[in-house]
Write a protein that binds this ligand. Sequence first.
Ligand code: PEP
Ligand code: MG
Length: 588
Amino acid sequence: MRYQGIPVQKGVVIGYVSKGQVSFEKHADSERVDADDERMRFFDALLEYESQMKAVAHNAPGKEASDIVRAQIMIARDQVFSDEVLEGIDSGLKAEAAVDIACQKYELKLKESGNEIFEERSRDLLEVKSGIISAMEGTAEAMAPCGDPAPDESANPEAGPDKKGLTGDILISDTLSVAQIIGLKGSPIRAVVLNTGTGSSHAAVILRSMGIVSVLGAGIDIEKLVPSVECIVDGETGEVIISPADVEREWYARKIKEREIEKSLEMIHDAKELPHATSDGERINVFCNLGTDDLPDYIRLSDGAGLVRTEILFAQRNGFPSEDIQAAIYAKIADSFPHKNAVIRLLDIGGDKTYGMYGDELPKSLRGKDSEENPALGIRGIRVLLDDTELLKCQLTALLRASYGRNISILIPMVTSVSEIRKVKQLTSECMEQLDKRRVSYDKDIKIGCMIETPAAVLNAEMIAKEVSFFSIGTNDLSQYIMCADRGNSAVSKLCNIYQNPVLRSVKIICDSAAKFGIPVTVCGEAAAQTDVLPFFIGAGIRSFSVAPASVYEVKTAISRLALSSCKKLVEIVLEESDDGKIREILN
Ligand code: PEP
Ligand code: MG
């Protein structure tokens, strides 16, 4: 079961649910009582609450958090508040009910003030009220995060409530007070999911400063939640998955591993420390694939940008940026790779790359269509751009402008015919002429390359090679189109993969065609980071790979352990085998 909340603190946690309470709000009854006794109970509770909260403030993670706690102490100490409570007690109310009513009056005043931060202040009031009433009742419940310690036998077998009543390491609760969150320090809780709160609430501020992976506003039915059930929390996207499927668990486990690698990469200072060749000295480049211009520091470990997916760059900006903005983005990316090349791909939308994210700004050919009947075979990639040449010319012009004084190449996606390439080249010349008229400089020798990812492009690779400066093999689409198996459909994932003979044979055909015309080939699909397939690729003639930045180090290291001579022999052995299971075995 998936839930979408507000991401608050980054990180992914796979663990087990500790079920929190539904609400910490205290309800006071109003039976008639002795006023003197009630006054004493109120003052004792105030003292108790204050000393508990001082301890909480002492444990608070940083000044911002301790200020929030102190503000709550100040509310409890407020003379007007005490007078209100005492007045209630004198009128015959029990102390709990008097505190309740006094807080309600405060809340009304806050509402009347029309102050924007009313929401947070009224939550503070609620927490103060609960804290004082708990102290009156002689319970420290307001400080304890969990209400239901009963573990589900079928879930985490090792789980059992600890001394705070926690049965797992992911706390899911309707709400948590500031004191309860700070009280999690030193507990086994690694992630927190709340139904209440926003990205700027006190809960969010404190969770962030404690570095606990967290998602707020998740909308989970706590009553129905089974304690100790398995759960995944993604603090980056706000996704919470209860009882994940195997594929979901595997996907997130990979994501966690990537994060760990990223952290270790930050420790490597000098890219020169990394290997650049096979063990017998054949130079191999490892570039990185990018979908953002917010680049991590470790991209410097790569040999450049091998594939910049502009559709992702644009989606992050909710539409198509103007020529000026595009030129600035491309220049920024290229400048992040001094003395190296940045291959920027023309917009590749359509197919599984849903275009809902482009809002009203869809290219002409996609406008008014929510989706196509057979999208993978529909209007996608270069077909979209050639249907809307204004959009294409805008991107080409921006790329040309950014190319001046920089090493930028242009990559055409989803090509199926030579004529598509000729049209792009023709339009590029027109854009150059326009720039000449505008007296704007650009790289007159800018290189144009082509994605080889369709069967038509494989079969016509030699003809295409005459038209372009380089090839880039998109193994994701190549596998999908060669095997007629949708890359997004897990039911056919056994077919849509790199271990299929026809896919690997296509790679060899592409390499041979490129070699005949002396142009380089990069592999930029996901298979480029599959280290077991690297020997095949290198043996077939590939000398450049483009992978996620976090995989550059691993791929370079794996390459340095290979010898070109044995890679070449391996290609023959693999291509003689028709069974994908056997090919996997050979490559492993
Ligand atoms: C591919 O198809 O392998 C590729 C690199 O492009 P994308 O995944 O963006 O379609
Ligand atoms: Mg592709």
